[in-house]
Write a protein that binds this ligand. Sequence first.
Ligand code: Z2T
Length: 827
Amino acid sequence: MDSYQGSDKLALQQSIVHHVEYTLARTRFDFSKFHSYQALSHSVRDRLIEAFNDTNLHFHQMDAKRIYYLSLEFLIGRCLQNALVNLDLEEDYREALMDLGYKLEELYDEEVDPALGNGGLGRLAACFLDSLATLNYPSFGYGIRYTYGIFKQLIKDGYQVESPDFWLNHGNPWEIERLDVQYQIRFYGFVKKVWDHGVERSVWEGGETIMARAYDTPIPGYNTQNTIALRLWKSHPASEFDFSSFNTGDYFKALEQRQKAEYITSVLYPNDSTDAGKELRLKQQYLLVSASMQDIVRRFKRRKVLDWNAFPQKVAVQLNDTHPALAIVELLRILIDIEQLDNMSAWQIVTKSFNYTNHTVLPEALEKWGVPLIEKLLPRHLEIIYLINFLFLEKVQQKYPNNWGKLSALSIVEEEGTKKVRMANLSIVGSKFVNGVAKIHTELLKTTIFKEFFEMHPNKFQNKTNGVTPRRWVRCANPALAALYDRVLGSDKWVLDMEQLKQLESHVSDPQFVREFQMIKIENKERFVHWIRKTCQVDLNVDSLFDIQVKRIHEYKRQLMNILYVIYRYLIIKESTPEERKRIVPRSVCFGGKAAPGYVNAKRVIKLINSVADVINNDHQIGDLLKVVFMPNYNVSNAQIIIPAAELSQHISTAGTEASGTSNMKFIMNGCLILGTLDGANVEIDEAVGRENIFIFGTQVEDVDNMKEKMRNTDPHEYFPQELLKVFTEIDNGRFGHNEELKWIVDSIRYKNDNYLVGQDFKDYIKAQQQVDDLYRQPNEWAKKSIYNAIRSYKFSSDRTIYEYAEDIWQLKPIKVPEPAAQKHER
Ligand code: Z2T
């Protein structure tokens, strides 16, 4: 990218040295690798900020419509390499640093990995920001600047131990603190009714107020001046001092009260697809929503003429799941109580501005807040929710007169037991469009959990299949593959237009091309082996099949089925004759992923994996034929090492449970084969790469209910196949340690309910695993199929996804920020 500052080697070196002296206040005699990382980052930050300022000014001058992506999670990962790649400065800085005696790649490893998200949902938000910036869409991400990100996972004695992630320990060069952007946020209090020119108005007063302060992280697009903001809010005490406490002389108590405000944004809730339902979480949600909507309204009001009806033409808000759904209610409150619009005009504006993305059909993830809690914390919002529900149920009554079934299914308020607000219903009613994240998932929304809504408003529902950014997941994570593409395609255009990879179809029959592809995989495997040795103290054989399952640990994702199969494979090897052993394909089975701290079954699966790994890896009869690794603390930065090294990756959720999955897309982009079920985006990956290039097994979604019924009605000894019963017996007998917990995991499917059909799918899984082995014995065939996965993955670029959102949901056109004029270089 062009810059007002020079980008020749000398200019870059001067800027780094400048930051050593003036930002870090260090001399060159007292200097560590981390200090060079810091100086380098500040130098890159300067360049980001130029583009960022240009972008904000240009969008303002153009009076651009903007899209606001509201999310409680943004899992952006490390920033340095991504910024250098997107600014096209990686080579220049590499050379500049070489002279100063530093290796760029080593400095990358000095950066903390910002982990303000749980898994797929937060990472999707981060990929979307990269695509929004790259495609020149005027946009903002809004989220929370948690002081503590997702916990760091340690493994002690085979168990997961959580340790706090205080990621700001060494400062954060990638954010801009905006002391001038702060909003008041109110909690608790009461609603006062006042008469104003014959109209009754509501005023929310009393309670506690705190401040939300903005921190902006610039997000650069690839090869464009456009750089958008990820604006994260941090809670602060209100500036007025609490004089009542002070007057009683209790100075310390007054200060203590102020400290409590900081607590609100202190920690990310570590649940992936389950609803915690805690008061603090509701406060976090409201803080995000209130600060963001105040900010959006303020920006709208800076326009020359104030015309509220133009709001939906200038603003589109995307709700990342129901977590920020109160934004709908907050905008209504601002429009009605503060801007004094009438109820119906305000409602029209709101329902044209909001859209909602659903990310799961699992009932335990659907957010419901008890009416008493909302009434206490947000009394005015509860009134508004009742108003929305009243207006909506009137429509329902018109369409389906006296149909109590419809009314109770569609109502925003659940009346059974203690009354609850259903956030999904609120989101659907308040939105223009609702979307699922993969074809199969959207179909399930329409036919199961949101059936009644779909029947009432069929045109509200859309599919937007997820995607991932090829910048981070190919260009950054797999530089060798990127270089191969650049060379064979003649340019780096594929990074912006993944469909260019279609041109590589003809190269699959070129043995030289296939060999180069294989070499790249081997190099990536070597880098991975090195990293595993360092972090897990296990030696992997580079020639073994690298078989990987990395994702949050959840029963529906069936890591249990994977480890039970590993045991089965171990038993086969133990029983095999020397002749048979020669034909066995050596495998390295690697697991990674965090369990929610309160999720007992998930934690036990981690213990089982580690117990099995202990026995197998130390069995001298086995050697390299089978290795099992649990990689601690799976996160974005180690995913960038793991994924490019994978040859087989497992996405084996019970059909109908995984909304999409996004790592499946990252794996195929890096030339990896999938072993998976017809669930989530696997269905579309299967269509894209062809059935001959993917290993598909298991019960299909149409049959899941029947199979569950069968499972409940069958005796465990008939239901579970012999192969699995044998594995159960070995665990029972203490082959992997005499630990009650290992038996309990088995019992959870054996005597309770095998709700995720491990028993049902096991035989088909074994069969698919055999097909994997058969193909791996033919390295050339394996390589070709891997290449087909990589070059047919273009649909799964988040650029395609974002383009579809912009066209079909936001009605948003790109606005390209002009490059800095050439003469500015002179200054
Ligand atoms: C999450 O990561 C996902 C869904 C959630 O539902 C919550 C969280 Cl934190 C409330 C995941 C889905 O499980 C996954 O299938 C999907 O690919 C991802 O969101 C992005 O859509």
